[in-house]
Ligand binder design. Sequence first.
Ligand code: F6R
Length: 368
Amino acid sequence: AAAAATAAPDKAAAPASAGFMEEGIPAAGESEPFIKLGGLSDHVEGILRCRRIVFIACGTSYHACLVARKTLEEFAAMPVVVELAGDFMDREAPVFRDDTCVFVSQSGETADTLRALEYAKAKGALCVGITNTVGSAISNATHCGVHLNAGFEIGVASTKAYTSQIVALTMMALLLGADSRAKMPKRIAAMRALARLPDDAREVLELDASMHKLAEQLKDAQSLIFFGRGYNFSTALEAALKVKEVALIHSEGINAGEMKHGPLALVDENLPIVVIATQDAMHRKMESVIQQLLARSAKLVILCNTGDDAMTQFEGRGCTLIRVPRTVDALQPIINIIPLQLLSYHLTTLRGFNVDQPRNLAKSVTVT
Ligand code: F6R
């Protein structure tokens, strides 16, 4: 059964936990770090030879795939396409036998993703599953894959699965990029940053009280916009999805590169905007976005790194700053989403809604 080909839980990508280092990433100062994903090891050569990688998922899992697209491009220089499972099937998009299709799903049961898997398999593509549920339909039907081992997710809104999906997909990208000598220093830095991730996550969780305070200020907003780009376009989309699904506030995640192509018309002193401006490759561009938004009297919350002096000036201009620890660019979305998940949580409880069971939603969407 394909389930047997999928990574055994103890060998698969683990969530950010202390056990993580025991599974192949020594701490700084120890011998050279390496990545091991037992469920993929027999297929790495095949994946490296493929025409392209096609990620297929829905909702939050789709957002994790958007991060993975950039990580694979950056570390493995592979052509990557990301597809919403439902849209992919509506189009009956072409799939080739030398494609690798990666199906990402927390539940492993999402009907659209499962249908796309059956379709891609019939076309002869190698099908990889990244799921959080051992024995689920997607993990059983894929040729190989990775179990997240993030633990059972109780709430309907996907949170720890999202961060764990990014961890697993980053590990996959680092594994596939292992032969690039030019990328080696960056790769080692990313592996060391993975090992530090639990500490960074613990640090960012200390923002809980500040996020509660911010939620008190934003709880009556009609709409909330998130701007991000590069790796953090996904953070903007995911934060907006969380705010809309649990806090029931209209929210949009916008690629900051598109700001002048329409969204700027919405900006005035009444629309709260969260700008994700951590110190990755997009930092300069995001600083310019902030300047342009402030020139239109925007009411801004800026998510930036601890010690980023360039952002301090904006405090004096009425902006609220959320400071998070710096990690490598590829992992920064994991750290950045945590305070925004906390913000969504506090907005929800302050508005009197049930954070675990959002209106009209089910944990797994098993119908198309
Ligand atoms: C959002 C959320 C949904 C799921 C989507 C896919 O918080 O939970 O958007 O991410 O329904 O579900 P899975 O990952 O189980 O395929």
